[in-house]
Write a protein that binds this ligand. Structure first.
Ligand SMILES: *Cc1c(COP(=O)(O)O)cnc(C)c1O
Length: 373
């Protein structure tokens, strides 16, 4: 039988199963002790004073926008090469995402592109640490300081990654993490906001819980809030996953090394992930870029799928989604590096459990398929 290699898979053990059962037996399925414990452990792990867990990374980004005061008429500078949520959250509060092209090696926002995009309306830079490694934070923080802009970090793909020894999520006003099942650690659905700013922390905690202030009764509301709470089962999974995060990342690193090892021979045709010297990489995905532009990437995906190997175009450029194009009149060609990366990049199967021989098998099939694509 054909062995299926999926794109991603969560790593779940008896520890997570036991943790969920314990919550279910307790009868306290929301607003219990687990989410608070999860927050405490998380802030300790990342090294911020506060952490506020929410129902998804997207919910976290939405609250991040509100908590930093971004509103109608403001502009926020960000990257088009990301998962769509990092730009959508800017639209949620009526502000405008202003895109910048990316670095061709790390695929993160190119700091050199930012300054030209700053206007009187610019309020913030929303950096996305893509695929598991940090954006180039020194020049970004310098620009933010000079122009009095807030920095918001979408760290959803890069938990525990460092830049010059400092963890992502700790550079800006706040950082947001996500725990969807394809991320390095999961809670099912879930997210986390981290910050050192007490006011922002308190506001986020209130907004996720219907705008209720800490001291208030169930039916008192101070702000227009949301229900962005995480439930106790998810929080319990999060605690179990966080305890083994170092292991999870180490395993991912090993598999990434297998891929890079077997791909070395093909460096003329395939660009492997590049790790900047300031960064440690925590491997959300393993994405290659096809350098031979005669290869039809989408045909390649279909061909590999027939052989049980699931790969994916990673990622589309956000400004070319139809509703963005319509809203802002974006045309093809305005962010050539992002668009080129979107066109030729390919995420390979990547999850704990892949052995060295699995990786070798996948690469052999990939190379064969490329020759015929
Ligand atoms: C996963 C992810 C998010 C948040 O995703 P959710 O599914 O809402 O948890 C946000 N930004 C980026 C870049 C992501 O990869």
């Amino acid at each position: 039988m054909l062995k299926e290699y999926h794109l991603s898979k969560p790593f779940i053990t008896n520890q997570e199963k036991r943790a969920v059962t314990e919550v279910l037996n307790s009868g306290q399925l929301s607003l219990g002790s687990k989410y608070k414990k999860f927050e405490k452990m998380f802030s300790k792990k990342i090294g911020t004073k506060y952490a506020c867990c929410v129902s998804s990374g997207t919910a976290g980004l939405h609250l991040a926008m509100i908590a930093t005061g971004i509103k109608q008429g403001d502009e926020v500078i960000t990257t088009p090469f990301s998962f769509i949520a990092s730009a959508n959250c800017i639209l949620y509060v009526g502000a405008k995402p202003v895109f910048c092209d990316i670095d061709p090696l790390t695929y993160n926002i190119d700091p050199k592109e930012i300054e030209d995009k700053i206007t009187k309306k610019t309020k913030a830079i929303l950096v996305v640490h893509i695929f598991g490694q940090s954006s180039d934070m020194t020049p970004i923080m310098k620009l933010a300081k000079r122009y009095k802009l807030k920095v918001i970090e979408d760290a959803c793909e890069s938990i525990d990654a460092t830049y010059k020894g400092k963890k992502v999520g700790t550079f800006g006003e706040l950082g947001v993490f996500a725990f969807y099942p394809n991320k390095q650690m999961t809670t099912g659905e879930g997210g986390m906001i981290v910050t050192n700013n007490k006011k922002i922390y308190q506001l986020c905690c209130s907004l996720r819980n219907q705008g209720r202030a800490e001291s208030m009764d169930w039916l008192d509301h101070k702000y227009l809030g949301y229900n962005y709470r995480i439930d106790e089962m998810s929080a319990a999974i999060g605690i179990a996953q966080l305890k083994k995060l170092n292991f999870l990342i180490k395993q991912r690193r090993t598999i990434a090394n297998y891929y890079s090892h077997f791909l070395k021979k093909y460096s003329k045709d395939i660009q492997v992930p590049f790790i900047h010297k300031h960064n440690t990489h925590t491997w959300f995905v393993y994405v290659i870029k096809l350098l031979n532009t005669k290869i039809n990437r989408d045909k390649l995906i279909l061909q590999l799928k027939k052989q049980g190997i699931h790969t994916k175009a990673y990622l589309p450029s956000i400004h070319l989604f139809e509703f963005y194009q319509k809203k802002y009149n974006y045309k093809k060609g305005i962010f050539p590096i992002s668009e080129n990366t979107s066109r030729y990049s390919l995420a390979l199967p990547f999850y704990i459990g892949l052995s060295k021989s699995d990786v070798k098998f996948i690469i052999n099939k990939l190379i064969k398929a490329i020759k015929y694509a």
